[in-house]
Design a protein around this ligand. Structure first.
Ligand code: C2E
Ligand code: MG
Ligand code: MG
Length: 594
């Protein structure tokens, strides 16, 4: 009996001990679990995105603080509610549909949505499964990705739109037009690319500053935007002052010319910038699909060739690509490549065209004129290669070569025949824009020990127009040491009085186009008499270029032009013929009997 009592007590003790151990274990586990739950809930509450759990009936069982805050209430009031009770009406069906998908598939589901007021969310909904894979609810979290979306959009704009004007850029257009090319094939119509570039925008920028230039570009973009959206055309900017307009459906090619003419008209009105009015003109080059190329890049290249041609042949012109332009472009490329190394190969030489006083009694100086004889292309006229050299910057090195060699030739005449002449050298805009232009020239004079009074520099009107204080000072300095400065081809450029009065000049050269047949054409007479008056009022001497006949010479002489250059007296001569020519002048061979 006692034994059985003892056994029962012991048994009880064992049971109590086991229970105590179990309790302690459970307690530890419980504490651990509740801490984990606490940590988890704390984590959920600090996350600035909504998190929620629902049961199988899609009733909320738990939400984090952010979720409650989104619905402007406390957590407890939401428990037991469904989306039908709280979510925005237009989104409820979507929410429920997604939830039901997760319930049915037991799969995680992720999607992006633009929920409200421009806010973007990336939502993940996931099934809640027990150990036996039985579903007892679903959970969800929605990350606010608005900032990411915004920067994506900014990046898209940056990549696809031009930063200054907000219109499409090169990349976007290439994607868009490539799509349209396929449509053109299907629809059996053509597509036209119009490249548009302002004439002398560079001068405008140099003269008035980039702020003014930018404003003009923005206004241009606005006008083009309005026009192209009305006509359902595509518009883009390639940077600088180059715009592109695409006519996506061309059934009749006449529409291309009409469009260009209309664009010309809308761009023509003055641009008001900071209270001042500016006028611009544009040249256009056209490429047509599929005639000129079967891909977008090719079309742009062809339009670009046509544009280049348009720019070379007068401002404000519209040119459609043709085979002749393609050939001219091939020639240009050939010239451009052969120009490289032409100095080293000794292919350049100078001719000198004498300038005589109008009475033919004295030599007034001569102009050095560059000649090029290339080993492959043969003789290339300056009118053909100088614009290309100017375009490619080769003119800087070539210009230096001309200056040095003209001076060296003059020094050679001095050492051989004991006399020097006033030699005029043509300068290009690119040369005088070089920051070291002045110092290089002064060093050259110094190095060769060349007397500056025997050097005359010929500038053109475009260069004066683009002048700034800097180039003004350079030419003042050059004149102060005795170099003469003259204005070439006068009357062909912008003929702005302001530039004439500001710029340090000695002479103007009346362009050949006004001189040819002047004795017969009243319009030319009027222009030239205006030029003469202008020159007189600024105290500039006058040189007439391209005088070919005695009648032209007589007319000009009578009007007061004192120096004559042209075939009438002499064509440009090789250096070796100059001394002979000078001799015959002195012998009176060119003297005019009046
Ligand atoms: P430019 O400076 O106006 O030179 C005068 C041009 O008229 C020369 O053409 C000359 O040969 C031509 N000419 C002169 N008298 C007559 C005439 O009575 N009738 C006709 N029909 N033409 C006449 P060229 O030598 O072909 O030079 C053309 C242009 O090339 C020059 O015009 C000048 O702008 C440029 N050029 C020539 N040499 C140089 C140079 O060394 N540097 C630069 N930057 N340009 C140059
Ligand atoms: Mg000249
Ligand atoms: Mg000239």
């Amino acid at each position: 009996m006692l034994l059985s009592v003892i056994i029962a007590v012991l048994l009880l003790l064992v049971i109590i001990l086991a229970l105590a151990i179990m309790y302690i274990r459970l307690h530890v586990k419980y504490k651990k679990l509740s801490r984990e739950l606490y940590d988890f809930k704390t984590l959920c509450d600090v996350i600035q995105s909504p998190i929620w759990f629902k049961d199988k009936n899609l009733k909320l069982t738990w939400v984090n603080q952010f979720y409650a805050m989104m619905y402007d209430t406390d957590r407890e009031s939401l428990i037991g509610l469904t989306d039908r009770d709280i979510a925005p009406k237009k989104l409820v069906d979507l929410y429920v549909r997604d939830d039901e998908y997760v319930l049915a598939s037991k799969k995680t589901y992720k999607y992006k949505e633009n929920e409200k007021a421009g806010l973007w969310y990336e939502t993940t909904k996931f099934p809640l499964l027990d150990k036996n894979n039985n579903l007892y609810g679903i959970g969800g979290i929605a990350f606010n990705i608005t900032a990411i979306k915004k920067s994506e959009k900014m990046l898209h704009n940056l990549v696809h739109n031009d930063y200054l004007t907000g219109i499409s850029n090169r990349l976007f257009l290439s994607v868009e037009v490539t799509k349209r090319l396929a449509a053109a094939d299907e629809g059996h119509y053509k597509l036209a690319v119009i490249l548009l570039d302002l004439d002398n925008f560079k001068d405008l920028n140099d003269l008035h500053g980039h702020i003014v230039g930018d404003e003009i570009l923005k206004e241009m973009a606005n006008r083009l935007k309005k026009y192209t959206s009305e006509k359902e055309l595509l518009l883009g900017r390639f940077g600088g002052d180059e715009f592109v307009v695409i006519i996506p459906e061309v059934y009749n090619e006449q529409i291309i010319k009409t469009t260009c003419e209309e664009i010309r008209v809308i761009l023509k009105d003055n641009y008001q910038v900071f209270g001042a009015a500016f006028a611009v003109e544009a040249s256009m080059g056209i490429g047509v699909y599929p005639d000129n190329s079967r891909d977008y890049e090719g079309l742009v290249r062809h339009a670009d060739m046509a544009l280049f041609y348009a720019k070379q042949h007068g401002r404000n012109s519209i040119v459609q690509y043709s085979d002749a332009i393609g050939n001219a472009n091939m020639k240009r490329i050939k010239i451009e490549s052969r120009l490289k190394g032409a100095i080293e190969r000794g292919e350049f030489f100078l001719y000198y065209q004498p300038k005589l006083t109008a009475d033919g009694k004295q030599l007034a100086g001569m102009e050095s004129l560059l000649r090029w004889n290339n080993q492959d292309l043969g003789y290339v006229a300056p009118g053909d290669f100088i614009p290309i050299a100017e375009h490619s910057d080769a003119i800087i090195e070539i210009g230096d070569w001309v200056l040095r060699n003209a001076m060296l030739q003059n020094l050679q005449w001095k050492s051989k025949y004991g006399e020097m002449f006033s030699i005029a050298v043509n300068l290009s805009a690119k040369q005088i824009k070089q920051p070291d232009f002045l110092s290089k020239l002064l060093n050259l004079l110094d190095e060769l020990n060349y007397p500056p009074k025997y050097l005359e520099l010929e500038l053109t009107e475009g260069m004066l127009m683009a002048n700034d204080e800097h180039s003004l000072k350079i030419f003042e300095k050059l004149r102060s040491i005795g170099i003469k400065v003259s204005l070439d081809d006068f009357g062909t450029g912008y003929s702005n009085l302001g530039y004439l009065s500001n710029f340090p000049l000695d002479a103007v050269k009346i362009d050949r186009r006004f001189v040819t047949d002047i004795n017969e054409i009243p319009e030319k007479q009027q222009i030239v008499s205006a030029i003469i008056q202008l020159a007189n009022s600024f105290n500039l001497s006058l040189i007439a270029e391209g005088v070919e006949t005695l009648s032209e010479l007589n007319y000009l002489q009578e009007k007061g032009v004192t120096v004559i250059q042209g075939f009438y007296f002499s064509k440009p001569l090789p250096a070796n013929d100059i001394i002979e020519f000078v001799r015959s002048v002195r012998e009176g061979r060119y003297e005019q009997v009046s």
